[in-house]
Design a protein around this ligand. Structure first.
Ligand SMILES: [Fe+2]
Length: 505
C-alpha cells in the first residue's frame, strides 16, 4: 500500500469520552488518507470490477453543546476505487459551511438533533427544523459524474470529485437550487435516463416539494406537494413514469413545535399515505393511497406492473418503541436507532392506479434495513435486495441478507462478533448479463483487529464469504449510506493513468 496523509482536523473531544456513538466502532476519524495499491489480505481483486464505492460517515470533532446525536457528526466520505485488478482508497471530510465555522470557532456552534434549536449559538442554520448544522453526512450519490453528499434534515448538496474526493463546492443547478429549503437526503438516480429525482420538506406549507434534475444537471421540474402538516419523510422511490412520495404518521408533535420542541410522535390510528405523481406532474396530479400505519425509513425500489405500482421498502412494526427499561442509559436513549426495537422488515406495497386498491405483503421475516439493489434496475422490476442486519440494541450492522423476491428465499452472511459492516452496494460486473451478476461491496469496522477492511462478495453467493478482502489505512467510523458508480459513468476514468488523481471535471 502506498500511503500518504493529506489532511488532519483538530478534535476537541475529551480523551475519556464515554458516548457510545463517538467511541468504539463509532470513534470519529480526524485523518484524511490517500492510499494506492491497497494490500489484498485475502483472495484477488476481480479484474471485471471497475468503478468506485463511496460511503458517507459521521465524524464529530467537538463536544456537543449538550447532547450528541450520531447524525450530528460531520460528514466524511470514503472511496474505494477498483480498476484493472487494483484498488485505491481516499477519505475526506465534506467541507461544509458548518464545519468551516466550527473549525474556526474550535467548538460546536449548532445544537444537534437531540437538543432544542434554541441552544444553538447561531441564529441561522439549515434543515427543516432550522438552526441545525448541515453536516452533509447522511447520503452520497453520483449524478452527472459528480458525487453529491446530502443531509437527512435537508440542506445543501456538496459536490465532490468521486475519485479524488476533492471538494467542488455546493450544487447550484445554475442558480435554480432551492436554497431556502435545501434538498433532503436520498435523491434518486435513474440510470436509464440520467435524471435525479429529489424532494425536500419543511415546517412551512406546502411542507414538501418534489423536483427533477436532468442528465445535464439542469433543474427541469420543481413542484409543491401539499401535506396536511409538517412531516418527516426520509426517502422516496420511483418507477419509469412515476415518483412515489410518502406521508408517514410519524411526525413532530404540533403542540411541541409551537413551543420550539421537535419531538416525533407516531400515530398508529393514522394511515401511511403513499403519493404517486407522474415524474413531471404538478400538485393536482398526485394520487394518494392509504396504507397500514408505519414509518418507512428506506425504500428499495419500485416498478410498474400493468395497472399496479409495486414498491418495496422496510415496514417498521414499532416505529416508536417505548423505553422498556432494558439496556444501559445509552441504549435506552438511542432505542430509535436499534432495529431490533423498531423491527423493520422487507415489505411490498401494491397500488392499483385504476381502482385505487392497496395490497400489502411482508416479504421477509428477517429484521433488516438499508436495502440496496442493482442500481441499473432502478424503477424497473428487480429481484434481489441486499440489506443489513443489526446488532441488537445498537446502530451497528452485523451481517448482510440477500433476499430473492422471486423465490422468497434468503442468504445470510454474518460478520464476526466485534466486526461491523456498512451499507453494502451492488457493483454490476463489467459486461454483466444478469441482475445479480456482479459484486457486493462493504467496508468493515473491525474492533478485534483495530482495523478496517473492504470486503468484496460475489453478489450471487454472499454466503460463500468475500472473494477478496482489502486493508484500509485506519479503522473507520461506522456511518450511514453508500453508493456504487461504474467507471464508465465517471469523467476521465477510462483515460486517466491514475484514476484516483484524475481531474475529472
Ligand atoms: Fe437514509
Amino acid at each position: 500500500m502506498d500511503l500518504d496523509v493529506v489532511g488532519r482536523m483538530l478534535s476537541t473531544l475529551p480523551a475519556d469520552d464515554d458516548h457510545p456513538y463517538r467511541t468504539g466502532p463509532w470513534r470519529p476519524q480526524t485523518t484524511e488518507w490517500k492510499a494506492d495499491n491497497l494490500d489484498v489480505v485475502q483472495g484477488q481483486i476481480p479484474t471485471d470490477l471497475d468503478g468506485v464505492y463511496l460511503r458517507n460517515t459521521e465524524n464529530p470533532l467537538h463536544p456537543a453543546i449538550k447532547n450528541y446525536h450520531p447524525f450530528d457528526g460531520d460528514g466524511m466520505v470514503h472511496v474505494v476505487g477498483f480498476r484493472d485488478g487494483t484498488a485505491f482508497y481516499r477519505n475526506r471530510f465534506v467541507q461544509t459551511d458548518g464545519l468551516a465555522a466550527e473549525t474556526e470557532a474550535g467548538k460546536s456552534l449548532w445544537a444537534g438533533l437531540a437538543e432544542r434549536p434554541s441552544l444553538s449559538l447561531m441564529d441561522h442554520g439549515w434543515g427543516a427544523r432550522g438552526r441545525l448544522k448541515d453536516a452533509s453526512s447522511t447520503d452520497v450519490v453520483v449524478h452527472n459524474g459528480v458525487a453529491l453528499t446530502s443531509f437527512y434534515q435537508c440542506g445543501d448538496l456538496y459536490r465532490l470529485d468521486p475519485q479524488s474526493l476533492d471538494p467542488l463546492g455546493k450544487e447550484t443547478w445554475n442558480g435554480a437550487f432551492p436554497g431556502e429549503w435545501g434538498v433532503s437526503a436520498h435523491p434518486k438516480i435513474d440510470d436509464a435516463t440520467g435524471e435525479m429525482l429529489f424532494f425536500n420538506y419543511s415546517t412551512e406549507a406546502p411542507y414538501m416539494n418534489y423536483g427533477v434534475v436532468d442528465a445535464n444537471n439542469e433543474l427541469v421540474h420543481y413542484t409543491p406537494i401539499e401535506l396536511p402538516g409538517p412531516r418527516l419523510p426520509h426517502d422516496m422511490v420511483f418507477t419509469e413514469n412515476y415518483a412515489i412520495l410518502n406521508d408517514c404518521p410519524l411526525f413532530w408533535d404540533p403542540e411541541g413545535l409551537a413551543q420550539g420542541a421537535y419531538a416525533a410522535r407516531f400515530h398508529r390510528d393514522m394511515p401511511m399515505r403513499l403519493g404517486v405523481i407522474p415524474r413531471r406532474g404538478g400538485p393536482d396530479d398526485i394520487r394518494w393511497f392509504d396504507c397500514e400505519a408505519t414509518f418507512v425509513l428506506h425504500w428499495v425500489n419500485a416498478y410498474e406492473d400493468g395497472d399496479w405500482i409495486v414498491a418495496d421498502g422496510f415496514f417498521q412494526e414499532d416505529p416508536s418503541p417505548a423505553d422498556n427499561g432494558m439496556g444501559d442509559k445509552w441504549q435506552r436513549a438511542f432505542r430509535f436507532l436499534a432495529n431490533d426495537r423498531m423491527k423493520p422488515r422487507l415489505h411490498r406495497w401494491h397500488l392499483n392506479m385504476v381502482t385505487g386498491e392497496v395490497r400489502e405483503e411482508q416479504l421477509s421475516d428477517t429484521i433488516s434495513e438499508f436495502g440496496m439493489m442493482n442500481g441499473s434496475y432502478g424503477g424497473r422490476k428487480h429481484r434481489y435486495t441486499y440489506a443489513a442486519t443489526s446488532k441488537p440494541g445498537w446502530f451497528l450492522f452485523n451481517g448482510i441478507v440477500r433476499h430473492d423476491s422471486l423465490t422468497g428465499t434468503e442468504e445470510h452472511y454474518r460478520l464476526e462478533d466485534g466486526v461491523y459492516g456498512s451499507e453494502s452496494s451492488m457493483a454490476p460486473r463489467v459486461g454483466s448479463t444478469a441482475e445479480d451478476d456482479g459484486y457486493l461491496i462493504t467496508l468493515t469496522t473491525d474492533m478485534n483487529q483495530d482495523a478496517s477492511f473492504c470486503l468484496v462478495f460475489d453478489a450471487s453467493d454472499i454466503a460463500a464469504g468475500p472473494v477478496c478482502t482489502l486493508r484500509l489505512p485506519e479503522r473507520i467510523s461506522s456511518g450511514t449510506h453508500s453508493t456504487w458508480a461504474a467507471g464508465s459513468d465517471l469523467n476521465d476514468w477510462a483515460t486517466a493513468d491514475d484514476p484516483a488523481t484524475a481531474v475529472g471535471l
